[in-house]
Write a new protein. Structure first.
Length: 157
């Protein structure tokens, strides 16, 4: 696939994800919290967590990796741990849960889409894109209203 074809491919996937197609395991607040807690656990130790959003069927995040923690290793760690915890949450502690058509064992796609931040303008645009994702999908009116976002701000009484 050419770089342009790859970009187009991911744009099409993104469009369908934003419409809520596919598995929505992260719609369950317990599963969304598992993901957030996992990201936050090694924040400041393996990477800097800059911006994030957990959508019902996908996630976006911006991190700065540390030298001894390449992105592939960090992402594998997140996916492995969160998949096990989400499947436990969905199907109980039964070690046989998942792996059959009735109980799937796949939480994440194998690949992920990464990119290098070119400059400060690109950096700010990526943060804005991440925070606007739930708004664009019609899940809230303002980024600050989405509980599963680094933009979230609780209402003041």
């Amino acid at each position: 696939m050419t770089p342009q074809e790859k970009i187009k491919y991911y744009q099409i996937i993104e469009k369908y994800l934003d419409k809520g197609y596919g598995s929505c395991l992260l719609k369950d607040s317990r599963n969304a919290q598992i993901v957030l807690d996992t990201w936050k656990f090694f924040n400041g130790e393996r990477y800097d967590l800059i911006a994030y959003v957990v959508m019902p069927n996908h996630v976006h995040l911006l991190i700065k990796t540390y030298e001894k923690w390449p992105l592939a290793k960090v992402v594998h760690s997140w996916k492995s741990y969160t998949a096990k915890e989400i499947l436990k949450n969905e199907y109980g502690d039964d070690s046989n849960a998942g792996g059959s058509p009735a109980l799937p064992n796949k939480v994440w796609q194998r690949e992920y889409w990464d990119r290098f931040i070119r400059d400060e303008n690109h950096f700010l645009k990526v943060i804005e894109y991440i925070h606007q994702n739930p708004v664009k999908a019609g899940l809230c009116k303002l980024p600050e209203q989405w509980l599963w976002s680094s933009a979230y701000k609780p209402k003041e009484n």
